[in-house]
Design a binder for this molecule. Structure first.
Ligand code: ADP
Ligand code: MG
Length: 375
């Protein structure tokens, strides 16, 4: 017998493209999407009937929002856990992933500590809270290392590769003034970057998406292709499964990986739907957005199947500041456009997906297709 379900009011904090794609999918799946964001022009605000103008860092705005919905979920890990807890007091609204897991993962230091605790392979790291400790880190690694802000880093913001002491010296005031501090980790001369997303439901079922390769340009994802393979992925998947089960994680979670040849290291984890799994919208029988929504509404998760032997995703990144945008509909490609009002250099404006007989063919097709857009 197919399982019956009641439509849920699902709230998304934030109005970016991830909330937009979640909201659109939630609507199609029979749920009622609610969005809390600052501007009516935000990508997610444009696609829902229940948009609340507000600040995701205001207890009052959060309170008003939470009392209207059954479940709240996040498009970003940068939420204020304290304010959310305060706003959620005496409310029956569920939060997935749990606030405890969001709190642990939004801080790179506690995230890395949890990887070590559950024996997941990751680069060596130390905590850096002041300039003196940064100098000690340089001694400790005795070679190139990476300084990363503990909080609020994304798309390379807050990540600094340090090759020389003079670089560190120039960053002295920046290091001293950051209220939350940094972690320093060993620079990893990886061969390529990979990613894998797993989704776990509040009913405890779990499903993995395929392993993919991604290319970052200036620390920002440019493309993803797959499926790819690695000799260590089967054993890593077992450890990842143990990890998400041990911390009772609910929802989609993406693992960014460094392929070091014989070794696979985890670079970082994102407790949400992720750019590296956007290909799933066209390449898989269930996409990451639907899986995340099934997971947070206590449904069983299906095994995912790929529609084709190869697939790829190419981000449509802005190249200049302009509202004069030229779109294109390249053949054999699926366009996903976020409807941001202006383009800016490096801004994620949309993405295109393509299926083909191999990952490389799909990617080549997308690289050509990109030329049709003026952003
Ligand atoms: N330890 C490292 N060694 C080498 N390159 C790194 C290291 N950490 C990060 N990078 C590079 O910087 C990019 C951004 O760093 P990441 O930790 O993923 O931060 P963000 O949150 O900005 O994505 C990575 O995708 C990778 O290309
Ligand atoms: Mg990253």
């Amino acid at each position: 017998m197919p399982k019956k379900f009641t439509s849920k009011k699902i709230g998304f904090l934030g109005g970016g493209q991830l909330a937009q794609m979640l909201a659109l999918r939630a609507h199609e799946m029979g749920h009622i999407p609610f969005v809390l964001s600052a501007n009516s022009t935000d990508p997610a605000a444009q696609v829902v009937r229940h948009w609340q103008q507000g600040n995701v860092y205001s207890v009052k705005d959060l309170q008003n929002f939470l009392e209207k919905i059954d479940v709240v979920t996040f498009e970003s890990e940068f939420i204020d856990i304290g304010k959310l807890k305060q706003a959620r007091k005496n409310q029956k609204v569920k939060a997935y992933p749990s606030l405890a897991n969001m709190k642990m993962m939004q801080d790179r230091f506690s995230q890395k500590k949890s990887l070590i605790k559950y024996e997941l392979p990751t680069s060596p790291f130390i905590k850096v809270s002041n300039y003196n400790q940064a100098r000690k880190a340089a001694d400790f690694f005795n070679g190139p290392f990476v300084l990363k802000q503990r909080f609020h880093g994304y798309d390379g913001y807050g990540t600094f590769v340090i090759h020389k002491r003079t670089q560190l010296h120039k960053m002295k005031s920046q290091i001293e003034q950051n209220p939350h501090g940094f972690i320093a980790e060993k620079f990893i001369p990886f061969q390529r970057e990979l990613a894998i997303t797993v989704v776990r439901s509040s009913n405890k079922s779990l499903t993995f998406l395929p392993l993919v390769e991604s290319l970052q340009q200036n620390s920002r994802c440019l493309w993803v292709k797959g499926p790819v393979n690695h000799s260590k992925i089967a054993s890593l998947k077992k450890k990842i499964q143990n990890y998400v089960e041990s911390i009772n994680y609910v929802g989609a979670i993406a693992f960014e990986l460094f392929d070091c040849g014989k070794q696979l290291l985890i670079n970082e984890i994102a407790p949400r739907v992720h750019n590296s799994a956007h290909y799933s919208q066209d390449a898989l029988n269930y996409d990451q957005f639907e899986l995340h929504l099934l997971a947070i509404t206590q449904q069983s998760l299906p095994k995912v199947k790929s529609f084709s032997p190869g697939f790829a995703m190419y981000n449509l990144l802005g190249t200049k500041t302009t509202s004069k945008i030229q779109l294109s509909q390249p053949p054999q490609c699926h366009l996903h456009w976020y409807h941001k009002i202006d383009s800016r250099p490096g801004r994620k404006m949309g993405h295109i997906n393509c299926l083909s007989s191999s990952a490389d063919k799909a990617l080549k097709h997308l690289k050509d297709a990109r030329k049709g857009f003026k952003l």
